[in-house]
Ligand binder design. Structure first.
Ligand code: B12
Ligand code: SF4
Ligand code: SF4
Length: 346
């Protein structure tokens, strides 16, 4: 069993690589997270994310994916914006891109560092390691909770007493037995701020999310045209959503991100909707080079922009919507039509 000296060594290496949190958990002990995941999928709350269904068995527990896993080293990278981002939505002629997506893609930022750290762990323990940052069927939040990095709040995200709600997670699984840290306890108490703030009512109960109603899912994962209810509720959110994170009172302990690569690029804070609606494929790729936004492609992104234009109340944007009425993409055409009619008669 690896104990204090080894753990201190790993924590120091993690800090040197720029991680803001590093803690240890057992990867082999049973947990209830797998059953809850099964309930989530059985209830259809994953929507069109079919990969959650196909990977259900392997995702249920770290040892279901890799039976040699004994310990988890859980890493957190702070991406705090340093201010409350929600007032940015007051400018209805601008789009709102969620804080996590305003810099470089966190997968790319974290992956190399995890690999470096995993190499150091493997060398010290002489045991196999595997690296995860949302890249394989592993439930990262319950592992982080168990490692004491924070707790899963009523909005289901992991938050911490030291970093608030703005932490990316990464995990290294190791075949070595490493003494686990104490798990964190839940500190939500009677607060319901995140549940009350959700613009689409996506929480069927505290600690449970119906992804089909979540604007993060709709803007990023869902390809088709949206039901009217969600188009209106989206306001100016064009990629992801931060409302349930940003209203949490524990953010008073959050700090601005140290890591320059996850800090916001100026062009991705309050970008003008008129400029975004005019993006063709090449301009879209150039604007979102290295950003996670690039993954959804121009058509889905422009669909989101058109819903925001429809909600803007800015008649000057009507021409931007009309220009897309003959777009080659059917979902974009439908969104352009919707936006045009919303802005007619203003
Ligand atoms: C699928 C997914 C999504 C889906 C579903 C989100 C969700 N909450 O499940 C969608 C597309 C909606 C999404 C959105 C976002 N995501 Co996401 N996503 C994931 C992914 C790939 C898997 C998560 C998962 O397994 N969900 C399935 C559900 C069932 O799991 P769960 O939330 O842990 O469910 C727990 C609770 O429901 C609870 N529970 C259920 N019933 C009950 C009852 C009681 C009484 C109790 C106490 C608990 C309880 O137990 C379950 C098991 O732990 C992870 C990466 C990974 N591999 O883990 C990133 C991840 C969770 N996402 C992340 C981020 C940043 C986001 C967004 C903030 C992005 C944004 N700004 O738009 C939003 C947040 C929305 C929200 N409120 O959750 C980060 C979160 C970091 C953190 N600190 O928590 C992760 C970890 C990626 C990463 N590596 O950093 N995401
Ligand atoms: S990310 Fe937005 S839409 Fe999704 S649960 Fe949180 S507040 Fe609701
Ligand atoms: S807003 Fe309140 S209920 Fe939601 S996660 Fe934060 S402390 Fe918990």
């Amino acid at each position: 069993m690896k104990t204090d000296g080894f753990k201190t060594f790993i924590r120091e290496r993690a800090a040197a690589l720029g991680f803001d949190a590093c803690r240890f958990a057992s990867a082999a002990e049973p947990w209830s997270a797998g059953e809850r995941l099964a309930h989530f999928v059985e209830a259809g709350r994953h929507g069109d994310m079919g990969w959650m269904e196909t990977t259900l068995k392997r995702r249920a527990h770290p040892t279901a994916m890799w039976d040699g896993a004994r310990s988890a080293i859980v890493l957190g990278l702070n991406y705090g914006p340093g201010h409350d981002p929600l007032p940015e939505m007051d400018d209805r002629s601008a789009g709102y891109i969620s804080v996590y997506a305003r810099g470089d893609d966190y997968h790319e930022v974290i992956k190399g560092r995890l690999k470096t750290l995993a190499g150091q762990i493997a060398a010290k323990t002489d045991q196999d390691v595997k690296v995860f940052v949302d890249t394989a069927p592993l439930m990262e939040k319950p592992l982080a909770h168990r490692a004491g990095l924070g707790w899963q709040g009523k909005h289901t995200n992991l938050l911490s007493r030291t970093h608030g709600n703005w932490l990316f997670l990464g995990v290294i699984l190791s075949a070595a037995e490493i003494e686990p840290d104490e798990p964190e306890t839940e500190h939500c108490g009677r607060c319901t701020a995140c549940l009350d703030a959700c613009p689409t009512g996506a929480f069927p109960a505290p600690f449970q999310l119906d992804a089909r109603r979540c604007l993060s899912y709709l803007t990023i994962e869902f390809a088709g045209p949206w039901p009217e209810e969600f188009r209106i509720a989206a306001g100016s959110r064009i990629y992801g959503c931060d409302d349930c994170l940003a209203v949490c009172p524990w953010n008073k302990f959050a700090q601005e991100a140290n890591e320059g690569r996850v800090q916001a690029r100026d062009a991705l804070v309050s970008p003008r909707l008129a400029d975004l609606a005019a993006l063709d494929d090449a301009a879209f790729r150039a604007l979102f080079s290295k950003s996670p936004v690039k993954r959804i492609g121009r058509d889905r992104f422009v669909r989101n922009v058109l819903y925001a234009i429809g909600n803007s109340g800015d008649s000057a944007l009507k021409a931007s919507a009309e220009a897309l009425l003959d777009d080659p993409d059917a979902v974009v055409r439908d969104a352009a039509d919707w936006a045009t009619s919303r802005l007619s008669g203003i």
